[in-house]
Design a protein around this ligand. Structure first.
Ligand SMILES: *Cc1c(COP(=O)(O)O)cnc(C)c1O
Length: 793
């Protein structure tokens, strides 16, 4: 390995070992590793080709992959060799790893799920392609200035990207606008604008290098990158405008988490990547298998949320206009090939596009959507559904301004529609998809999310992995459910102490990181109480902050009590247009400034807001967490995957009966988890029957005091009214029911303190968590998709 790295450094990076800077070594390390990846990649592709096997295509506007060096090295079992090879040149592998930028091509859970799925697909030896966009800037980088979020472009490609391979031969034309001409049976779309999609491939290595799959991200280019006539006539900028227009398509990921950005550019992005991907899939099928009629036997296309649902119409267009199939036959093929995953029930987050915009941008697809709608509504009428149901099923929303409903299109065009946790799937049937479910019963099914245990245990927590290995052997590395063997050791005091020592070492590392990053000193012996995830009102960071203020008040009023020292750690990005979420970030930082500077609480309470939460930050923070905050309003978090990562690393969860928390509870037991608050059913009933947050707040001394101190500017003396509006929102409407859940949340926190004081009991609970969440491996999730939806082995 050492010889190879030096040779690569010389011949591919163009430096010798004396001139090489750390970045050159990083590149040399990646190129060296990559050579081994390529061998396995080509072998995997050849194998699939020869077996004429079925392939899975995962279409997602987001892939939150993070760094790849450690992932590839670890999955190929080359970490030891690499460490030694670099050490021979006085280099520390960990420092080299830090030079890799995070590929932050996603917002949060949905994008990270896509990345975990890619890794599990390769691990389970399933031939698969991920399809998405190669954003030049991706998700914004978050800086905190005076407590406020500032959004900066993420320049992750500034030093090039040694993981990617340009595939200029895989190029497709993607059209926009123009007109549709019908002559007899032939329909021709003449787009006004055509952009070229070019493939850029990244290899995805499965565990033990069993298979290497492809993440294919599209970049955009003008057909004529420069108009020479205009350039020579002196219009140097205008001559390049087509290329700039193409560039703008792949510039940034819209920083919206669960509400559509609404911009025309977003719809253009969605169509751009869907069209290029569908063209690529159909081209590959035609090349290997000939007849497009066999597509459902050879291809399974999964839509990750509705962002790629225009792919349904694009596949219909290719099958009918380009391959000459009859509409009804094409519809049958499309439905048997496509399936859709729903990620949210929030009505404001269900994508729909103004019909005039859709028609202007995609005139042929508009016609196809109308034709599909004709078939679907005919089925609905024949099924005897009511006019209200039929209106709800329609792909076109006729209330007010006409809009195209992307979720209905995805639902109608799929043979399977899945939710991402058991509760979420049941709620899909009762709420957003009630009528479509009545028309197509059996189409909705559940696939509870998972996370890859390679990244989220092995790679991010080598200390814990080593200890588990010593205790139960290494079978869990290949089958996470074998972690169950730890149950036999749950009461083992010696193991409990070693688990504690591992956790403490991880906390020391995180404390150092916090010190370096923010200058805040935290005590690794305090409880690390962590809430890191996108900032959103439904996730209720505000509930946690108000409880923090209440705790702070109590600590000052009763210094004589035996308080459990806590470090409250927050992190997460707010969508740039989401005012309240940004205010919540500011509140966290204002509370931190006040609490951390108050000598009367000292080490008993510290508040930290870690800037720029991303995959690499998560990999540091999660192994160091004692308590995991999963406190969304019940019924609003589809699944959550952060909850799974924390439990797998031995944190105890405080949470509501929401999303996958419910299934975690079923496995770890209520002795080992702190459940509080209203159920989803109770939330719905309260909303129905009138909810009076003001009365609740006034009736709860701690809550009332905390809300009023925040509202009156105790934490924002420089601008006393800063949070008055936010607190008025709670008093007046409190849509997310913080007030209703506050007292039971506070009581659960005191139960957490109680458990913490009993060290043996805490350690047993930590072991029970690790032992019983192996089921939440994305290997299990992917095996279920393969069996129930894709029909691949
Ligand atoms: C896992 C993960 C998420 C999802 O967290 P939730 O708590 O499920 O919302 C978001 N961002 C990053 C970087 C993650 O790793």
């Amino acid at each position: 390995m050492e010889e190879r790295i030096v040779s690569v450094l010389k011949h591919r990076v163009g430096k010798n070992e004396h001139a090489a800077k750390p970045h050159d070594w990083y590149n040399a390390a990646v190129y060296t590793l990559r050579d081994q990846v390529i061998d396995a990649w080509i072998e995997s592709t050849t194998r699939t080709h020869e077996a004429k096997g079925k392939r899975v295509y995962y279409l997602s506007l987001e892939f939150l992959i993070g760094r790849l060096l450690r992932d590839a090295m670890s999955n190929l079992d080359l970490t030891g060799e690499m460490t030694a090879a670099l050490a021979a040149h006085g280099l520390d592998l960990a420092a080299i790893e830090e030079l890799e930028p995070d590929a932050a091509l996603g917002n949060g859970g949905l994008g990270r799920l896509a990345a975990c799925f890619m890794e599990s697909l390769a691990t389970l030896d399933i031939p698969a392609y991920g399809y998405g966009i190669r954003y030049v800037n991706g998700m914004f980088r978050q800086r905190i200035d005076e407590g406020w979020q500032v959004e900066l472009p993420e320049t992750w490609l500034a030093h090039g990207n040694p993981w990617e391979f340009d595939r200029p031969e895989s190029a497709y034309e993607v059209g926009f606008g123009g007109e549709v001409v019908s002559e007899g049976d032939t329909v021709t779309w003449n787009p006004a604008e055509v952009i070229e999609a070019n493939a850029v491939d990244t290899p995805v290595v499965g565990w033990r290098g069993k298979r290497v799959n492809t993440l294919r991200l599209w970049t955009a280019n003008a057909i004529d990158p420069i108009r020479l006539d205009a350039f020579n006539a002196g219009d140097h900028i205008g001559a390049l405008s087509a290329q700039m227009r193409a560039d703008s398509l792949v510039r940034v990921l819209y920083p919206a988490d669960s509400s559509p950005a609404g911009q025309e550019l977003r719809l253009r992005q969605e169509f751009f990547f869907s069209s290029a991907s569908i063209q690529d899939i159909v081209r590959r099928h035609a090349q290997y298998h000939g007849d497009v009629r066999t597509l459902p036997e050879k291809a399974a296309i999964q839509l990750n949320d509705t962002h790629p649902s225009v792919a349904v119409a694009e596949l219909m267009r290719l099958l009918t206009d380009e391959h000459g199939l009859a509409f009804v036959e094409a519809w049958d093929i499309t439905r048997r090939t496509v399936s859709y995953t729903n990620h949210t029930l929030l009505p404001e987050a269900l994508e729909s596009w103004p019909q005039p915009l859709f028609e202007r941008l995609l005139p042929r697809h508009m016609q196809i959507v109308y034709a599909i709608n004709g078939l679907v509504l005919k089925e609905a009428r024949e099924a005897g559904l009511s006019p209200e149901s039929i209106a709800a099923i329609s792909l076109i929303d006729e209330h007010g301004e006409r809009r195209v409903r992307m979720a209905n299109l995805a639902f109608a065009g799929s043979h399977s529609v899945n939710g991402v946790a058991a509760l979420h799937t049941e709620l899909m049937k009762e709420t957003v998809f009630k009528d479509l479910h009545a028309l197509y019963p059996g189409r909705i099914n559940n696939k509870t999310n998972g996370v890859t245990p390679r990244r989220w245990l092995q790679q991010c927590n080598p200390r814990l992995t080593g200890l588990i290995r010593e205790t139960i052997g290494d079978g869990f590395l290949d089958d996470a459910e074998k972690l169950e063997a730890l149950n036999a050791h749950a009461g083992d005091a010696a193991l409990g102490e070693r688990i504690d020592a591992v956790k403490r070492a991880n906390k020391v590392d995180l404390a150092k990181h916090i010190k370096d990053l923010m200058g805040i000193t935290v005590n690794p012996d305090a409880m690390f109480d962590v809430q890191v995830k996108r900032i959103h009102e439904y996730k209720r960071q505000l509930l946690n902050l108000i409880e923090t203020v209440a705790l702070y008040d109590e600590m000052r009023s009763h210094p004589e009590r035996d308080w459990v020292p806590r470090v409250k750690i927050f992190g997460g990005k707010a969508a740039s247009s989401y005012h309240n979420a940004k205010l919540i970030i500011k509140l966290a930082n204002d509370i931190a400034r006040r609490v951390n500077g108050d000598p009367s609480v000292g080490d008993l309470l510290k508040v930290v807001f870690v800037p720029n939460y991303n995959v690499s930050q998560a990999e540091r923070i999660i192994p160091a967490a004692d308590l995991s905050e999963q406190i969304s309003t019940a019924g609003m978090e589809a699944s959550g995957t952060g909850n799974m990562k924390f439990a797998l690393n031995g944190a105890l969860t405080i949470g509501t009966l929401d999303g996958a928390n419910i299934e975690i509870l079923e496995r770890v037991g209520d002795d080992n988890m702190f459940i509080f608050g209203l159920t989803a059913e109770e939330v719905a009933a309260r909303r129905e029957n009138g909810y009076d947050p003001r009365a609740i707040i006034e009736g709860s001394r701690e809550l009332c005091q905390a809300v009023h101190s925040i509202a009156s500017g105790v934490f924002s003396p420089d601008d006393p009214g800063r949070f008055a509006g936010l607190m008025d929102g709670l008093l007046d409407s409190d849509w997310f029911m913080l007030a209703a859940d506050f007292d039971s949340y506070a009581a659960a926190q005191r139960a957490v303190d109680e458990r913490w004081r009993n060290r043996a009991a805490w350690r047993t609970s930590a072991i029970r968590n690790i032992a019983n969440v192996g089921w939440f491996s994305s290997d299990r999730t992917i095996a279920e998709y393969a069996r129930d939806i894709w029909n691949v082995t």
